[in-house]
Write a new protein. Structure first.
Length: 262
């Protein structure tokens, strides 16, 4: 089963993309993944676009505010981690070298959230669910399947998230660091080398695709770009892409994915 009704504390549960060109972004993702949409009023004439796969929530898109452009903030995906109590984690974040970028704040009746910056510079959101648990389905084609931190300081990142969220880690045969939360694989961490240039530490989201070759072809046909294309040993082919508005994400054809068990 890939259906989720509740995420344990410390588990990645949601991702949404912020962009300055919402219509271009919506068109790209709906064509690429076959998603449907539902527009949710945010106030101020803006809407939060919920993407659906087979009637289930899988991801979302939101408009970026004009002052974000003035600050030079680019379009980007935000990864969300479910927690039991957002406010209770504020002090541990600050006490372990992180900082609060936004919040804590209520998002209507959907939940409570904050955005933090870890000690290596990466941003990630924490989500305390109320009526919205996050993604209703995961791992299957068209749904979120992985979350990954690319960082310039692995040890500092591992220490921070271990102390703040209780994560543990496991290293595979290739040296890749996998995050474990409550005994379940919960994403990965990789070391940024010189090839990343001036790119800051960042979290990225992976979405599963059924036909990798067709999906990568469609990315370019729809105005996106293929930044990196490779094979993850024992897992499957993947591509780091950017949508037509500039937001980066990863698509992957996994040879095998775990079904969700609650």
């Amino acid at each position: 089963m890939y259906k989720v009704t509740k995420y344990p504390h410390g588990t990645f549960s949601w991702a949404d993309v912020g962009t300055y060109d919402t219509e271009k972004g919506k068109s790209f993702y709906m064509e690429l993944f076959g998603w449907e949409k539902q527009e949710m009023p945010m106030g101020g004439g803006m809407t939060y676009t919920m993407f659906h796969q087979d009637g289930e929530n899988v991801a979302a898109l939101s408009p970026m505010l004009p002052d974000a452009a003035e600050q030079g903030i680019p379009p980007a995906w935000t990864n969300y981690i479910t927690v039991d109590d957002v406010d209770a984690i504020v002090d541990p974040i600050k006490g372990n070298g992180g900082s609060i970028v936004h919040g804590p704040m209520d998002v209507f009746e959907n939940g409570r959230m904050l955005i933090l910056q870890d000690p290596t510079g990466a941003h990630v959101a924490l989500w305390q669910p109320k009526t919205h648990i996050g993604a209703d389905i995961i791992n299957k084609p068209g749904a979120m399947m992985w979350n990954e931190l690319a960082t310039k300081d692995i040890e500092k990142a591992k220490d921070f998230y271990s102390k703040v969220l209780g994560w543990e880690y496991e290293v595979d045969d290739t040296g890749y660091i996998m995050i474990k939360n409550n005994g379940r694989m919960n994403g990965g961490i990789l070391q940024m080398d010189e090839s990343y240039g001036e790119m800051p530490s960042a979290w990225t989201v992976y979405f599963n695709v059924d036909d990798f070759e067709a999906s990568t072809k469609k990315v370019e046909e729809l105005g996106g770009k293929i930044m990196v294309q490779a094979e993850a040993p024992g897992v499957g082919p993947f591509a780091v892409i950017t949508d037509p508005t500039g937001a980066a994400l990863t698509i992957m054809k996994a040879d095998k994915v775990d079904a969700w068990e609650e």
